[in-house]
Design a protein around this ligand. Structure first.
Ligand SMILES: *Cc1c(COP(=O)(O)O)cnc(C)c1O
Length: 374
């Protein structure tokens, strides 16, 4: 395989300053890593039950509330296990009887599958569409949780968040959207994510902005006779979060880097700043693809084209795997498409930490490589 990669040297003058364009784990800002190194002697390797760590957890919780402009009675919960761990926690502690899922890619289908396997829940309603689009939720009697995905990372489709019904919680997987895409918090009850994507931190943690209705649900399910494993118990997570702690030991570096990023957003204008950077990057790369003779945005409806993860199809004459490999050999990393999608495609993260000027540089590099492969 590797001997088939043509030697193409991209001039340094064209290259982005930072070559990381992966959709997850994604670029962690060097400033955040430096701040972590500076804080390390009194932070890393210290107790997560003591004030220095609890202060950072508290800052992250407050900072996210500010960033999302949450109503005063919403709360930020956190726990271990990343988004996948949160799905299992939701299966045990958030869904009362029956959920409805919008399934339009790898990640949205995984939560639905986790629910389908749960013996204590009714079979969920799963509404599917082909990759590159998203289904719409429909009000359904008996459904007590609607499961959305703000940004389907595997396909580069984003969806607007609006309540489909007056009854039922709206739970949104925002792992690759949180901090990069705008939304109205009153339209959602649980906005959950892991911080290794749009939040430019590392993995292992889940965070969830919860409405009063969601808190009430967590408390009522916990008070029922359902068996819930301790590490997946959302009531335990709620009680610990209120004390700026987690039930068991979290990755302190992950918390620090996430807080650093959220502070950076808030210090520079909040969501308008962070989502604005994504808007600029999206305009650049989709504009490039539309002008290119060999590239096309995969998502046909421009209003559904993700502003945090761009998927770009290439014409059959240019092999996308080769393009990504040539970029990698030049220090430009992780532009490969989502494997299971099986398309001749590039996938490029546009998260707020990624400099919009670097996205423009990437486009110039793509032209350079494509010209030489054609
Ligand atoms: C990456 C991703 C996940 C999985 O996150 P983990 O922290 O690895 O469990 C889930 N949902 C979406 C939308 C993602 O992008």
């Amino acid at each position: 395989m590797s001997d088939a990669i043509p030697t193409i040297e991209i001039p340094d003058s064209l290259k982005p300053v930072d070559g990381r364009f992966g959709s997850g784990p994604s670029l962690v800002r060097p400033e955040a890593v430096e701040a972590l190194a500076a804080a390390a002697p009194t932070y890393l390797g210290t107790s997560h039950r003591q004030e220095p760590v609890k202060r950072v957890v508290g800052s992250l919780r407050t900072g996210l509330s500010e960033l999302f402009a949450l109503p005063d009675d919403y709360e930020i919960l956190l726990g271990n296990g990343g988004t996948t761990g949160f799905w299992d926690a939701a299966v045990f502690g958030l869904i009362d009887h029956k959920s409805q899922h919008l399934s339009f890619g790898e990640f949205s289908s995984k939560f639905a599958a986790a629910v389908e396997g749960a013996p204590h829940l009714d079979a969920p309603t799963v509404i599917r569409t082909d990759p590159g689009t998203h289904p719409d939720a429909v009000a359904e009697a008996g459904v007590d949780l609607y499961a959305f995905t703000h940004n389907e990372t595997s396909t580069g489709v984003m969806m607007p968040l609006t309540r489909p019904a007056t009854e039922g919680l709206v739970a949104v997987d925002a792992t690759s959207g949180a901090g990069g895409l705008r939304f109205d918090p009153t339209e959602v009850d649980v906005y959950y994510f892991a911080p290794q994507k749009a939040l430019a931190s590392d993995g292992g943690l889940w965070l969830a902005a919860c409405s009063p209705a969601a808190i009430e649900r967590i408390e009522s399910v916990a008070a029922s006779d359902r068996w819930i494993p301790a590490s997946l118990d959302l009531k335990t997570a709620l009680d610990n979060s209120r004390k700026d702690q987690t039930y068991n030991t979290p990755a302190l570096a992950t918390i620090f880097l996430a807080d650093h990023q959220v502070c950076w957003f808030n210090d520079n204008g909040g969501m308008e700043f962070s989502a604005g950077r994504c808007d600029r990057s999206a305009e650049t790369i989709y504009g490039w693809a539309e002008a290119s003779a060999v590239a096309t945005p995969f998502v046909t409806d421009p209003s559904r084209r993700s502003r945090t993860v761009a998927t770009i199809d290439l014409a059959g004459s240019i092999d996308a795997t080769t393009v990504s490999a040539v970029l990698r050999a030049n220090g430009i990393l992780d532009t490969d498409s989502y494997r299971k999608l099986g398309r001749n495609q590039l996938r490029v993260a546009l998260y707020p930490a990624i400099d919009p000027d670097d996205v423009a540089a990437l486009c110039a590099c793509l032209d350079f490589v494509i010209d030489r492969l054609a």
